[in-house]
Design a protein around this ligand. Sequence first.
Ligand code: FE2
Length: 296
Amino acid sequence: MANLEMGYVGLEVSSFDKWEAFARDILGVMVARNADGTMSFRIDNHARRIILTEGPLDDLAYIGWEAPDRKAFEEVLARLRGAGVALESGSAEEAARRAVGSFVRFMDPNGIPQELYVDAAQAPEIFKSELVPEGFVTEGQGVGHFALVVKNRAESTRFYCDLLGMRISDYIETEIMGFPLDLTFLHCNPRHHTLALAEVPLPKRIQHMMLQVKSELRVGKAYDRCLETKQPIALTLGEHPNDRMFSFYVTTPSGFDLEYGTDGIEIDDANWTVKTFDKLSTWGHRPVGLLGETAR
Ligand SMILES: [Fe+2]
């Protein structure tokens, strides 16, 4: 099966103003307020990678999967049709909002809208950011990753692997404050995981989303910007045992977290062994709420 990329994501947020400041001044992405009523972020030369609409959800609204070519696009649609998944064409207006020519919409087993497309528009100007001049890691890997809140991990794994062609990267089986936490990590290109699936009692569709920069310097400077402007740090700097991502987590204006990281490993399917890890982090990633005031 051909590699997909998470080509764009839609967020429904209650405050454009808060997100605009957070995205531009903390994350270092390019922000545009568009005539169609959306706000969109660029993290590379794609015209729109993250598309925000204003609304009460404060959550993930949809994930757009980019197929590498028309053949791969048709193959994925055929598998979805074969599995009895209902398909719906997006309208021209909706496609324009996503800066793609056209797309097909369907639901995952959790009711999270998924979209499939082939052709994304490039922005007329190259990516430029004073805070992240080298840009973000997207080439062949898409936007980043999500930790999705799922109803049934096995069913969701089957959906994403059998129909969208994802592969299992590894598992983490651990405990948080006495409660078991089991995660399944899935990849659809060299990025270690594009989705992490967890059955957790959270009210949102995602626990966090991740954006990847190209050096520890960019992560460290973003961490400083968060501290200087008193952003709510959720987890301190640290490293995960499976994707080896050096990162921290900040709570976004919508209440879910954003992992800002670098140096995540890449998977070569030809020689990859699926493992199970017993902790979320090798070091760090301390919940700030559990630290003393002077330790922050
Ligand atoms: Fe993550």
